[in-house]
Design a protein around this ligand. Structure first.
Ligand code: ZN
Length: 82
């Protein structure tokens, strides 16, 4: 019994996945918004469609994102006290 070459098997799997994805309903469009707490200032802000912030945003504004990361950097770069 000859075994199917691995490339052929992978191709069949890829085709199957493609077929499955084709049958899935299209992603729902809608007002998908969430309230997120800013990791820097702790204020709640809306993220998602129509808010100007990405759904996975962690900061209320770019300024706080930049400040948060620069604070983290300066903390990490600080020499340890002995
Ligand atoms: Zn903030």
């Amino acid at each position: 019994m000859a075994e199917a070459p691995i490339a052929y098997t992978l191709m069949r799997i890829a085709n199957m996945l493609e077929e499955i994805l084709r049958r899935l309903p299209p992603p729902k469009e809608g007002p998908l918004q969430i309230e997120v707490e800013c990791a820097h200032c702790g204020n709640f802000f809306k993220a998602g469609a129509g808010t100007g912030r990405r759904i996975d945003a962690s900061f209320c504004c770019d300024e706080h994102r930049v400040r948060y990361h620069s604070l983290k950097r300066s903390e990490a770069g600080r020499p340890r006290e002995i």
